[in-house]
Design a protein around this ligand. Sequence first.
Ligand SMILES: [Zn+2]
Ligand SMILES: [Zn+2]
Length: 102
Amino acid sequence: MDKMFKEIKVSREVVEHKKYCDVCGVEISMGLACSAARCQICRKDLCEKCIGTEKSTFDEYRDVWCINCWTIGEKYRPAIKELDAKCKQLYDDWYAECKEPR
Ligand SMILES: [Zn+2]
Ligand SMILES: [Zn+2]
């Protein structure tokens, strides 16, 4: 038997990170890859049930609003949407004019 090797016991502390929903108190299960859902506005950690809306993004960061903040936004969003469209139109016009032959 090879006596060069000794058996050394290493104990490792296992740390579990637990997160709880700031709205309903339910434990939020977190995968390694996914970041926790947190409301953009009030910064509350949210479980899947308490997410008001989530914008799909391509990176790991999640664009999330809680039900409360999303509901408050109901009266603001139509105007924002309208201005967004107007903004886009202005950019389109600007860029189109630059591409015109002169
Ligand atoms: Zn919740
Ligand atoms: Zn919120």
